[in-house]
Design a binder for this molecule. Structure first.
Ligand SMILES: C[S@@+](CC[C@H](N)C(=O)[O-])C[C@H]1O[C@@H](n2cnc3c(N)ncnc32)[C@H](O)[C@@H]1O
Length: 232
């Protein structure tokens, strides 16, 4: 009787542990709602950059150059980075000094935005506008940006299609979206979200975007670009 009870208690404990690991670590709160995701990022904001340990040379080659390359013919380009976190994309573009780009970073986590602001202050880079906003309801007019990026975040957004529609709305006709698609082993643990090789591309085509291109980018992510047609 006692042994049976211990076995049941251990099994239940393991099940609850696995469930919490999935809910809080692997999927970072997305199945508990946007507020849970934001709370987790507010908590970890001060440690985020140390955990990620992004290298300047990689950020230059794999973030700044592809994005800047798509804007080099555009006079006074404007870029919006959705779910900017600690400002990875704006900072990579500023530090690459490829060209002058008018940069806006938006995120729901004030903690992450505070870190982004501090990073830009440290470098005397005040050319970025930081805005606390939800990816699913962007506070910008239609066709406001020449490019919109959203890296390592779509899989945590509760309604990724709505977020994509918002990004398409705010990007100009002919403008480009730069998105990452979660493709690592853990992608299968994101049911009802946007993750897994090829899924993002299919949704982008369904939403009417052109020139959908995928690059192998990181172990856990592909980088996907797509262009808004002149007429949509
Ligand atoms: C893994 S971080 C990625 C940050 C940054 N893009 C990068 O590549 O380092 C995910 C970010 O998505 C943000 N986020 C999640 N859901 C969001 C939403 N609905 N609206 C805006 N930001 C959101 C989080 O606050 C967090 O800063």
């Amino acid at each position: 009787m006692t042994t049976t009870f211990i076995v049941i208690a251990i099994s239940l404990g393991a099940l609850v542990g696995a469930l919490l690991y999935w809910l809080l670590i692997i999927t970072e709160g997305t199945y508990l709602g946007t507020s849970a995701v934001v709370l987790l990022y507010d908590w970890t904001a001060g440690r985020y950059d140390r955990i990620k340990d992004l290298k300047y040379v990689n950020e230059l080659a794999f973030v700044a150059l592809p994005i800047a390359g798509s804007l080099y013919k555009v006079p006074n380009p404007r870029l919006l980075d959705v779910a900017t976190g600690t400002g990875r994309v704006p900072l990579a573009l500023l530090r690459s000094m490829t060209q002058e780009i008018n940069l806006v970073g938006a995120d729901r986590s004030r903690g992450m935005l505070d870190e982004a602001r501090m990073a830009t202050d440290d470098h005397g880079e005040d050319e970025v506008t930081w805005i606390c906003a939800d990816a699913m309801s962007l506070p910008f007019g239609d066709s406001s940006f020449d490019a919109v990026s959203c890296l390592e975040s779509l899989e945590f957004v509760v309604d990724p299609r709505r977020a994509l529609r918002e990004m398409i709305r705010v990007v100009k006709p002919g403008g480009v979206l730069w998105l990452s698609n979660r493709v690592g082993w853990e992608a299968r643990f994101f049911p009802w979200r946007l993750a897994g090789r090829g899924r993002l591309e299919a949704v982008l085509k369904e939403l009417g975007l052109l020139d959908v291109e995928t690059r192998r980018w990181q172990v856990h992510y592909d980088l996907v670009s797509a262009r808004r047609p002149r007429e949509l």
